[in-house]
Design a protein around this ligand. Structure first.
Ligand code: PLP
Ligand code: COI
Length: 366
């Protein structure tokens, strides 16, 4: 179990004048969906070039005032993270690999010419919010408190250069299933659009990547699929990832493959955790390029038996069907596969404290 350093920054606490009523909160927690309801509090920390990180506050959740000339509104200098707090089997609360989110936040910050945040402050900000909103854990099966740390350029200036002021915030949202359909396996659409080009920002978690994915994602939905899958931008051949999840392929000989991190793929923390868990089981996992043609051929020949998407929001989600302008195929039975289920159960058991945490991934905060 990871331990937390001493409180690295003092948070000013502002009491909420009118937190959600028990009735309102209870209704949300019984059916939280994903990303549409928010807890009572939020964290704000300011950064300026002369003062560094300062003015850490935990106060009531609510709108913020933004000058129309604020840099982020024009040039999208913004990054974010996504992680979850889990109620433990013993009634406590834990975060899953928050240091990994802090580290990815800082690599995103470097790519977007933003200041890095000390890991201790990042983890402490998340911890403070979860403790303030500990009443906000969903009561539904598989529920958790989704945490969204983010940072944006807050200088009021229209010149194109890195901002001299940034605002970091954390909000919390009770979360259930990411996919509305609740289907046992999802269907994905192979896009002709590109998500990320070599030398671009694909490996950073910046808002602009998601803005660019909205048209392809809307196309996937319009055609009756749940998510979009992107191929590489240069050859339009190699499978990269979904709009908000990484990918794994399972073959009949029991081996796994996940696309290698090329700089255009987001290095998922779920992807990395599953890599460790699978290898620990003695499974062979290859991090390699995998082409759309091979994917089609392997699914049709039966060599590919399972496929799944993974990410904080989606956890582990089986993929049953794939379609695109030139392809249309089903994977295995079209439903959830055995190995997919086993890896998911293993991961979730660690996250929820029903299995031992032998990797130091779980940070108990309560
Ligand atoms: N790929 C993209 C584009 C994502 O937005 C996410 C979600 O954060 C992931 C992959 C999975 O990353 P993680 O497992 O760290 O949530
Ligand atoms: C996550 O899994 O945390 C994501 O960020 C995916 C999506 C909601 C953007």
């Amino acid at each position: 179990m990871a331990t937390l350093a001493e409180k690295p920054i003092d948070f000013t606490r502002l009491a909420h004048p009118s937190p959600a009523s028990d009735e309102k909160r209870g209704a949300i927690l019984a059916d939280p969906g994903f990303g549409s309801a928010f807890s009572d509090h939020m964290v704000t920390i300011e950064w300026s070039d002369d003062r560094g990180w300062h003015d850490a506050t935990i106060g009531p959740y609510g709108p913020i005032m933004i000058d129309p000339a604020t840099a982020v509104l024009h040039y999208a200098q913004e990054i974010f993270e996504g992680l979850k707090a889990y109620r433990q089997a013993d009634g406590g609360i834990a975060l899953f690999r928050p240091e990994a989110n802090a580290s990815r936040f800082n690599s995103s910050a470097r790519r977007l010419a933003m200041p890095e945040m000390p890991q201790d402050i990042f983890v402490e900000s998340v911890r403070q919010l979860v403790l303030a909103d500990r009443e906000w854990f969903p009561t539904v099966e598989g529920g958790s408190l989704y945490l969204r740390p983010f940072m944006f350029a807050s200088e009021v200036f229209l010149g194109v250069r890195p901002s001299k002021h940034y605002k970091y915030m954390v909000i919390a949202s009770p979360a259930g299933n990411y996919f509305k359909s609740g289907a046992p396996a999802v269907s994905i659409w192979v896009s002709k659009y590109s998500r990320a080009a070599p030398g671009g920002t694909g490996a950073a978690k910046c808002g602009g990547n998601y803005a660019a994915s909205l048209v392809p994602q809307a196309e996937a939905i319009k055609r009756g699929h749940d998510q979009v899958v992107f191929l590489d931008a240069e050859q339009h051949k190699w499978i990269e990832e979904l709009g908000g999840m990484n990918l794994y392929f399972v073959f009949e000989d029991g081996t796994l493959l996940t696309p290698q991190l090329t700089g255009t793929i987001l290095p998922g923390i779920t992807r990395d955790s599953l890599l460790t868990l699978a290898r620990e089981e003695g499974l062979t996992v290859r991090e390699e390029r995998y082409s759309i043609d091979q994917w089609t051929a392997d699914a049709k020949s039966g060599k590919l038996v399972e496929c799944f998407a993974c990410g904080t929001a989606a956890v582990v989600t089986p993929i049953g069907h794939v379609a695109g302008h030139d392809v249309d195929f089903t994977i295995g039975s079209g439903g959830p596969g055995q190995l997919t289920g086993r890896l998911k159960d293993k991961l979730v058991a660690i996250q929820r404290g029903t299995a031992a945490d032998s990797h130091g991934w779980v940070t108990k905060i309560d």
